[in-house]
Design a protein around this ligand. Sequence first.
Ligand code: ATP
Ligand code: MG
Length: 638
Amino acid sequence: IQHLAEKQSEPLHPGQQRAVHTTDGPLLILAGAGSGKTRVMAARTAHLIKDIGLSPKQIMVVTFTTKAAEEIRQRIARQLPPNQARELVAGTFHSIFYRMLLHHQPGRWDQQRLLKKEWQKWRLLRESGVLLGHEELAALKENEALDALGVVSRWKNEYILPREAALREAASDAERQALMLYPLYEEAKKKLGWFDFDDMLIGCYEMLREDAQLLSRYQERITHVMIDEFQDINRIQYETVKLLAAPQNNLCVIGDDDQSIYGFRGSDPRYILGFTKDFPDAQTITLEVNYRSHASIVSLGYSLIGHNRERWAKECRSFHMEEGDAYLFEPEDEEEQASRIVDEILHRTEQGATLGECAILYRTNESARPIVERLSEAGIPFHYTQEEDSFYQRQTVRWALHYLRLALNPDDTDALKEILPTLYISHEMWNTLRSQAILEDVPILHVLPRLTQLKPYQRKHLQTVADILASCRECSPAQALELVFEDGKLRDYLKKRARSREDGKDRWSDELQQLLSASKRHATVADFLQYIDQMAQREKEWRTQRPLPDEAVHVLSIHRAKGLEYDHVFLPDLVEGALPHEYTLDELRRGGNAALEEERRLLYVAITRARHTLCIGIPRERFGRKTRISRFVAEMGR
Ligand code: ATP
Ligand code: MG
């Protein structure tokens, strides 16, 4: 905060001044990362209140994350008498619209009935009974249904309602399934009184559009609207904003088309680029100085993003004289990468950096796991909001680990019980087994191959498993896992299971690879298992502890890092398939370029979060497979 307050006192650049003082009519501020857009928005808000004399209630400030909203509020609070900042309508679209809905339509929008996750939607559909009689839908696998629900969500954000959707031509399997699913999903929600995030946006838009009186009350009260990160607005949000800002249209939109990264949620940079068409009397202001990043980081960013075709060309020079420190390193694999990053962070802190000034930005969750584990081992506090379930708790991983436990201790009946399904042994046989083991006074594992109910080939396989487990004790954990996967046929079992299961998720193979790769750091099975138990314990701690922001390293996805900045940024896994992400490469093979351009913007966002240091990791191997350097590295001129 101290840090921020100092920066606030730096004088605004003339271009920024002009943006602050242009308060009437539509205004577009289109400028590169770090050029002070968000700072201008805060200064403009303060100016409207302090110098023009507006009440904070008259101003609506929309940001992309609650964190950003809080930051604006704080920035403004520093310039205003206490409590005034609180009256400001500031927040994300969802939070602002949700508050309006709660106020005007109480009872209909109970938080308890909000469907937060895609799987909750799918469960609702299955349980509501509306699927009955729709054979084709009832046969959907879970991952197909989730993809289709993703499409539905995108349509809703583009305000394409079921009847309009029905007129569309499906461009993919997911779209075809979405067409069938959409009306049923809407029906199920209505029937049972649930709603999702998209319904909040649509609900608010329709409420304002249909209630002229209510709308004009809002229009009179809110005289100025400002939107940050406007490049990520979607149609339904834009339409609602246009309603609220009319008729004066004191609407200030701020953004950078190069940072549009939420295409999968229906956001579209066309809205920012087309703003002056929608509002012909709009003024446009651009800012040309990057105050955030040192020179070498700014130029890396622009070298990269210059390869995008769909953009409004602009360049920002760095305000700073220093070159900054941008470098690549090529570790052997993801584990060494993680250790190197932790070492670098320690090195920075020895030189006086605080942990809160360091951030690790990742494209997908699996890039974060090894790093989080190394941080945790080194006792370095960190912030990490993990969206997914814990890696070591996933069914596939748990099975593999239970095999190792059993190898270490043949009497571990809990472990054996867990892996019974993978051996095609029913739980009914369990009791027979147990009593026989007690009678003979041997571990149950040894009784397994002698079960009389089994077919000869089954018995033979169980004998193999018992033998493997006996021999595993002397192996390294990696060798032991290989034995279990291959000779123990765990891989075969998982393959069959994935094919028959209705969720059809294909993650198992990657999970085995990741586990194998993690095991290579340990010499013995016992060490590895002990390490896993430690991690499980630590994970409980890190999921509940909330260190102060300044005192912990930030580990977050690039998507979440938008608008934020850190002195030292670490970017792991700049390899093909990770960044750019695998699915964009698929699309590229089919001839589509849009997804690759969005990946490039994503990397641009990541690079431009850094003030002084940008450290990029390019592991030669990742989860046991050879990698190829991301095409973006060459594009950055490295
Ligand atoms: P992004 O596109 O990433 O959201 P932005 O354009 O919103 O970036 P800000 O976050 O507002 O940029 O500003 C970037 C940094 O530059 C901040 O630390 C801010 O305090 C600083 N800054 C902005 N304007 C000035 C200025 N005139 N003098 C000195 N520092 C400034
Ligand atoms: Mg910003």
